[in-house]
Design a protein around this ligand. Structure first.
Ligand code: GRF
Length: 187
């Protein structure tokens, strides 16, 4: 199978990145991770790129034309899918338009509920009975693009922010690869 070139954007631990790297080693997984982008030079996730000999780039989002330079690099690497995996910066409308329907994000709630930050805290405050994660296309509105896949679990009385994060991330490791498979089956 001819795999598509993908790029993963991170800001932190990179456990989703690690999982996608493992998945991409499967011969029938539709993408190869060609490049990792981090806006944070201290992101632990960079070690996963290093260990797996995947080129990585630290971007300075304060630099005026950083997205312009980044787009150039993505095009040079023939990147056809961008996976936002815990990337904590907003991409400009122009950037998103250059990769329409080719940028996906993983979010730790059942969208459209709880867009933005502090999802677990808000879920507990509202005493929801279930939660989960969502993989969606990225558009210019925060956490609002078309949904590709959601995965759900029931919240227990004993759950706290830490346990919700743990359970949500366990589902994310299934949802992200499943969403990528789904995208390329549909194309
Ligand atoms: C994930 O839980 C995802 O839902 C959110 O950021 C987190 C990133 O975690 N967008 P990691 O860096 O992949 O461990």
């Amino acid at each position: 199978m001819v795999k598509k070139n993908a790029c993963v954007f991170i800001s932190g631990k990179g456990t989703n990145l690690r999982n996608l790297i493992i998945q991409s080693r499967e011969y029938n997984f539709p993408i190869n991770i060609k490049l990792v982008i981090s806006n944070n030079k201290n992101a632990y996730g960079i070690t996963h790129a290093k260990k797996n000999s995947i080129p990585y780039l630290i971007v300075d989002t304060k630099k005026r034309y950083f997205e312009y330079d980044l787009l150039k690099i993505l095009k040079e690497n023939k990147i056809s899918l961008i996976c936002l995996a815990g990337y904590m910066r907003i991409l400009s409308k122009k950037f998103i338009e250059s990769y329409t329907k080719k940028i996906i994000n993983i979010h730790p709630s059942l969208l459209p509920k709880y867009k933005g930050l502090d999802t677990f805290k808000r879920i507990l405050t509202n005493k929801d009975c279930k939660t989960g994660c969502t993989v969606h296309y990225v558009n210019e509105k925060l956490d609002s693009g078309n949904i590709i896949i959601k995965k759900t679990f029931f919240i227990e009385k004993t759950d706290n922010e830490k346990s919700l994060k743990y359970k949500t991330q366990k589902l994310e490791y299934l949802a992200f690869p499943e969403a990528i498979r789904k995208i390329f089956r549909a194309n």
